[in-house]
Design a protein around this ligand. Structure first.
Ligand code: NDP
Length: 285
């Protein structure tokens, strides 16, 4: 357990997308654990409505696609609580459709939030963490960040980006005393698959009916019936931050564990099958 700092707060958390879903639940879990929380979202009033008011909570307006707003929010966080110990880059949404069905404007909108937004907030927070030579950056990826599948190809590509960014940050920040972890939830019961969050590609191409089309139908069935309990995910974040040696990757949910095992087995088998060609391209010694 971390030392309780002079202000009485165990740590100061900065969470994006805290108006609902996983972000709001992580905020609640962190508050219940004796932390101060800077809960940010596109609509600050929605955060107050969801999380209430307390001295430990600073609700702030932050659309992660707005870099200037990200800097202002971090400045307000440091002015209020003196530090940011934990950054949770949680804000994000999905785009459901085959790669070819996904329109340029939707793809760009999703990258603006899931990738460029995460980078905006990360660049705003890291100077304060580097100055203290401590901190923990938690980037919410997905099972889709480890393996892509039909119907969620472009969404998965944003989370592959998050995985690559986090893996490099893990190497760059470790010598500076800062942890970086990428979290890979499976299907968790939030608004993620709901029309209030999920963007469904409007252009349907019949040839993809058995692949992307099947996933479109499954998503309707699964909406608000997902196996993952987001409250337990939130509790896991508190456990993660308390760990003396936090992992680079944290898979969450038995569906993610199964997907990772299947992908690892596939990669091992395919790499072995093509090893001779793979090993044939170096200059002769
Ligand atoms: P929800 O749809 O319930 O919540 C998404 C949150 O992200 C909302 O608070 C939303 O704010 C916020 N958000 C979206 N765009 C922006 C933006 N530009 N700036 C700031 N906030 C934004 O989904 P989840 O809670 O499930 O999703 C949270 C994270 O978890 C996402 O990154 C998602 O990709 C990831 N994830 C979720 C899984 C699941 O099954 N639930 C599985 C794997 C990963 P607003 O209220 O304003 O719309």
């Amino acid at each position: 357990m971390a030392d309780i700092k002079q202000d009485g707060f165990k740590r100061v958390w900065f969470i994006t997308g805290a108006s609902r879903g996983i972000g709001a639940l992580i905020a609640e879990a962190a508050l219940a654990d004796g932390n101060a929380v800077v809960a940010t979202g596109r609509n600050a009033a929605a955060i107050v409505e969801r999380l209430g008011e307390s001295a430990a909570l600073l609700p702030l307006a932050l659309d992660v696609t707005d870099e200037a707003q990200a800097r202002k929010a971090v400045q307000a966080a440091v002015e209020t609580f003196g530090r940011v110990d934990v950054l949770v880059n949680n804000a994000g949404f999905g785009l459901l459709g085959a790669v070819e069905e996904s329109a340029d404007k939707d793809v760009r909108r999703m990258y603006d939030t899931n990738v460029f937004g995460l980078l905006n907030v990360t660049r705003a927070v890291l100077p304060a963490m580097r100055a203290k030579r401590s901190g923990h950056v938690i980037n919410i990826s997905s099972v889709g960040g480890y393996r892509a599948a039909a119907g969620f190809g472009v969404y998965s590509s944003t989370k592959f980006a998050v995985e690559g960014i986090t893996e490099a940050m893990h190497a760059e920040l470790k010598p500076l005393g800062i942890h970086a972890t990428v979290v890979e939830p499976g299907y968790f019961r939030t608004d993620f698959l709901d029309a209030s969050s999920l963007l469904v590609a409007p252009d349907v191409i019949g040839d993809y009916d058995e692949t992307s089309g099947a996933v479109r139908r499954k998503a309707v069935e699964m909406n608000h019936n997902q196996p993952g309990d987001p409250q337990k995910l939130a509790a896991a974040m508190v456990t993660l931050v308390d760990a003396p040696n936090p992992p680079l990757r944290l898979a969450l949910g038995t569906d993610t564990l199964a997907a990772i095992a299947a992908k690892n087995a596939y990669v091992t088998q395919e790499t072995e099958a093509w090893k001779a060609l793979s090993a044939s391209t170096d200059f002769a010694a």
